[in-house]
Design a protein around this ligand. Structure first.
Ligand SMILES: [Fe+2]
Length: 291
């Protein structure tokens, strides 16, 4: 495992990249809550045993780093109809010595609002979970549009791969979030599978097939709610590439998870130390190249 980048955010100073070399990940600043972020593990794809082992390795690393909560931003499995893999994954996370919070990705459900083993265990959505001074808002970005309303290009891709890729929260979930995310206390963090804007740069395939990996359709409405609620951090997945953090407005940092187990690519995860009042943030970008 290698620490590839480290970012520091401080009130008034914004987000800056700092030299990771002198920084020791084993030291957690006093008062900080330590989060680990995993995403897009796609268990069951390619070499099953290898992907399983990668996930186990990350969890083992986190447990030695005094991580208080692990967040998984979706696509836990490659195929939600693969009962054996879903059960193995849920059992592993259930038995982990750190609580795991997760949201569904487009491989974890096949239809908007679907109830399956994974969504029953991770859901319901949307909802808030408190961990110390932090409050995590977990949302389901696979609520709409229904399969029949997708573009011909996306339908064609789904026919081959079995999965639709675009996402939205839908009016009902947005209204629920808007109503619930008022008069909040603590530090607000949002967890979602889909990205909220097109990353720059995007991989050439997605530049040419933008319909397939488009940002969340109702990202603007969600960002408006997040701004009003004072959300400090958004953790998402879906795009398997590393993307530098971005800030759509002051004090809100958006982080893409990459893929934590992908074959032949650096496997990515991050550790985040968040101050009790959201007043400071340190982000450790981790990469694993092989076992
Ligand atoms: Fe995805």
């Amino acid at each position: 495992m290698r620490v590839e980048r480290v970012y520091d955010w401080k009130k008034g100073a914004g987000l800056v990249e700092v030299d990771p070399v002198p920084l020791d990940l084993s030291i957690k600043p006093g008062g900080a809550t330590r989060i680990a972020h995993l995403s897009d593990t796609h268990l069951g794809k390619g070499d099953r045993q290898e992907r399983r082992q990668q996930l186990k390795d990350w969890l083992q690393l986190f447990s030695g780093l005094d991580v208080e909560v692990v967040v998984h931003s979706g696509d836990l499995v490659e195929d939600c109809d693969d009962d054996e893999e879903v059960q193995w994954a849920l059992d592993l996370l259930d038995a982990a010595d750190i609580p795991v919070l997760g949201v569904p990705g487009n491989h974890d459900v096949t239809q908007p609002g679907e109830q399956n083993r994974l969504t029953r265990q991770w859901g319901p959505f949307p909802r808030a979970e408190k961990v110390g001074a932090l409050q995590f808002w977990l949302v389901d970005s696979m609520r709409c549009p229904p399969a029949e309303d997708r573009s011909p290009r996306e339908k064609e891709s789904a026919r081959i791969s079995g999965f639709y890729s675009r996402g939205a929260l839908g009016d009902e979930q947005l209204a629920e979030l808007k109503a619930k995310m008022t008069h909040l206390s603590g530090v607000q963090i949002l967890v979602i599978h889909h990205h909220l804007r097109q990353p720059v740069p995007a991989k050439p395939f997605y530049e040419e097939n933008s319909e397939l990996m488009a940002p969340l359709e109702d990202a603007d409405q969600l960002l408006q709610i997040a701004r009003q609620a004072g959300v400090r951090l958004v953790l998402h997945g879906h795009r398997h590439q590393y993307v530098i953090p971005y800030m759509p407005f002051e004090d809100l940092v958006i982080l893409n998870g990459g893929s934590s187990t992908r074959d032949g690519w650096p496997k990515r995860a991050r550790v985040i130390d968040m101050g009790q009042k959201g007043e400071a943030l340190r982000i450790w970008e981790l990469a694993r190249f092989s076992r």
